[in-house]
Design a protein around this ligand. Structure first.
Ligand code: XMP
Length: 507
């Protein structure tokens, strides 16, 4: 499949560039700036995009790449830092600008370059830089300028090397997509081969190669990633796949039933392990958050290990997606077991080969193909849920009774948000049970009971989050229902903390 490689020079928008290219229907991937030659000079690589970055090209420690790249004959587009780096490595000059350019800036097109095809004579573009290209290498010409950057765009048409100081990948650049399209199609001639059906077919072919006739196991959490990976593998290897769902007792309201119901339609070899008692036993007396996580992780791994042995599995299929790999540094896909953040780490003793069929996909691509696989919305749109489940939402010792309280309260919160169409607009919405008690008055009598914290957050990437500004009437409805329907609660508070400094979860 044709692809465009984004070389990462530390730009915060690297993955945004890759997303844009994929949205055009062309496969793209982000590689480190020192990626090996065979990954860059290969017939399927139709173009390279050098990302932006925060460094200065003239600093000794700044990220760079081999000059050889310019001789590969692959078209190159440099963006911001990438633009400066191309000039720098080819004998041009980059210096600190007199004043930086930050935000929306007017760009004047000076030369009708293929890259700038279809743009007006002046364009609004988004800038974020201090350094500027002062002098171009020989055989390069200026294509665009701004008031502060004489060389805001350049090209070496013969070698198909282009640079833009502005960021075409951000939406503030009005015709940014046009510039990227010009590069991807007009200059690189890439073919649109990245469609839902192509993704599914590619993965299916790969599953045949990677798993073949061997037996595999997958941990199903009820989330969209593991569910999609399971269905894709199931479509190819059928009964040789065992999907294991462990009910830890810390699951959401009726989650186990819904997993059972949903997957019965997919003819999946699903093994539901009801291990609530074992988990509550393992958590007895533990109050320290990390200890809780470890105890859950250990037990989960033991149970999974038992299930893998029973199934005779050699391969562990995981629903790891692109963003999970970004968090842990891009790793080769068939290496040793990656400590799965979702289950607290599976032990090496399992000796299973890990295979991650969704490793190249972004979340919304997973959602798209899961729709194509006719998975129900309740899985596709479900909020994320931490591996240790409700245990990290019960402050202090975990007991079955407390798990029941948080489960019920969280269900009420989710139900009220669904009724008001807010569920899909927020990242997560849940209850936390505090071990303290406070005085209340219920049915004319004094009560002395626990409070529930309502936590509703908005986030794009889980790295930062804001508490959701939910209308008071909805919060009031949630509060009233929780105290009415859960007799051991007499107070409800709303968590108004952002991340940072708080985290989304309480533990
Ligand atoms: P925090 O609390 O770190 O959470 O702000 C960010 C996101 O990660 C989820 N989370 C987890 N997910 N295993 C997971 O799979 C975990 O151990 C875990 N801890 C937190 C959290 O629910 C939120 O969406």
């Amino acid at each position: 499949m044709d692809k465009i490689v984004i070389l990462d020079f530390g730009g915060q928008y690297c993955h945004l560039i890759s997303r844009r290219v994929r949205d055009f229907g062309v496969y793209s991937e982000v590689l480190p700036s020192n990626a090996k030659k065979d990954l860059l000079k290969s017939p399927d690589v139709k173009g390279l995009i050098f990302s932006g970055g925060a460094a200065s090209v003239y600093d000794a420690s700044s990220p760079s790449c081999s000059k050889e790249i310019f001789g590969y004959g692959v078209p190159i587009l440099g963006i911001c830092y990438g633009h400066q780096l191309i000039a720098h490595l080819n004998g041009g000059k980059v210096i600190p600008g007199e004043s930086g350019e930050y935000g929306i800036t007017e760009l004047r097109i000076l030369k009708r370059s293929i890259l700038l095809n279809g743009l007006k004579n002046t364009e609004k573009v988004w800038m974020n830089h201090k350094d500027v290209v002062k002098e171009l290498p020989g055989n390069y010409s200026i294509t665009a300028s701004t008031n502060n950057s004489r060389i805001a765009g350049f090209e070496n048409e013969k070698m198909k090397i282009y640079g833009v100081q502005f960021h075409p990948e951000v939406t503030h650049t009005e015709n940014g997509n046009k510039v990227l399209e010009n590069f991807v199609f007009g200059i690189c001639g890439a073919k649109k081969e990245w469609s839902n059906s192509a993704i599914i077919k590619n993965i299916a072919d790969e599953i045949r190669r990677e798993i073949g006739n061997k037996k595999a196991i997958i941990g199903l959490s009820g989330g969209v990633d593991s569910s999609t990976a399971a269905i894709l593998a199931n479509n190819i290897i059928g009964r040789n796949l065992t999907a294991v769902y462990v009910d830890t007792g810390m699951m959401r309201y009726k989650e186990t039933e819904s997993v059972e119901r949903i997957f019965s339609k997919f003819n999946l070899n699903l093994k539901i392990i009801r291990a609530q008692d074992r988990f509550f036993e393992a958590l007895k007396g533990i109050t320290e958050p990390e200890e809780k996580r470890k105890a859950i992780g250990r037990l989960f791994a033991d149970i999974f290990d038992e299930a893998a042995r029973e199934a005779g599995a050699e391969i562990l299929v995981q629903g790891t997606i692109y963003s999970d790999r970004i968090e842990s540094g891009v790793t080769p896909h068939s290496s040793k077991i990656k400590s799965h953040h979702n289950v607290g780490g599976l032990p090496d003793k399992m000796r299973l080969r890990v295979y991650e069929p969704l490793r190249e996909l972004y979340k919304d691509e997973v959602r798209r193909i899961s729709k194509e696989l006719v998975m129900p919305d309740e899985i596709i749109d479900r909020h994320v849920f931490p591996g240790p489940g409700l245990a990290v939402r019960i402050i202090g010792e975990v007991t079955p009774e407390k798990a029941e309280i948080v489960r019920k309260a969280s269900f009420i919160i989710e139900e009220e948000l669904k009724k008001t169409n807010l569920y899909s607009k927020v990242w997560m919405a849940f209850a936390v049970l505090l071990p303290i008690r406070s005085v209340g008055i219920q049915g004319d009598e004094r009560s002395y009971k626990h409070p529930i914290v309502v936590r509703i957050v908005e986030s794009k990437d889980a790295m930062t989050a804001n508490f959701a500004k939910i209308p008071y009437e909805i919060l009031e409805k949630i509060s009233t229902r929780i105290t009415n329907e859960i007799s051991s609660i007499n107070r409800v508070v709303y968590d108004i903390s952002n991340k940072p400094p708080s985290t989304m979860e309480w533990e």
